[in-house]
Write a protein that binds this ligand. Sequence first.
Ligand code: G3P
Length: 216
Amino acid sequence: MMIFLDSADIKEIEELATTGLIDGVTTNPSLAAASGMSFSELITQITKLVTGPVSAEVTALDAPTMIAQGRKLAKIASNVTVKVPLTFEGLKACKVLASEDILVNVTLCFSLNQAILAAKAGATFISPFVGRLDDCGADGMNLIEDIVNTYEKYEIDTLVLAASIRHSQHVYEAARLGADVVTIPGKVFRQLYNHPLTDSGLAAFMKDWQKSGLKI
Ligand code: G3P
């Protein structure tokens, strides 16, 4: 399973990318707005920090302007993935951009029917928003399961990118269900490696080793 960072914080991306464990980055207009940087500079810098896909979202609501924005974003770097919303206009834009071999991440997906249309439109990635479904009392992971199983049944190449991830349990469940990618905030990335038994076990090893006087 690939791990993308859901962030527009250059310092955070830089720090976590040094682990070599970050396979890509996703941004969205809210994250970009909070970055305090010009959008083109933000995306340019991120595409230099990671070699994998970097999602940059269009902000137009009509297909022609989405397509124009998508073409402009795709020119920033070869690893730019153009993000379009799962709307009637977004699907039309996805179809055109994908036909021009531009990577497309169709975002704000909340149903299997939407995911089926995104795949038909040639989406590279589909982004079902797990956390936001959970937030309104649904079980977002059911959608991940439905999409993974349906895409598998019809041998659909679109990659399932589990998004709106709130905690490490979401990552665990997405992995078990076979999602291709999870995109996670830095806070969740840090939860993935932290375990109290690892910490206590290491402390015990170190204590016994220091007592022994042994050297490597
Ligand atoms: O960036 C896409 C998605 O992961 C954002 O989810 O619910 O944390 O805003 P959310």
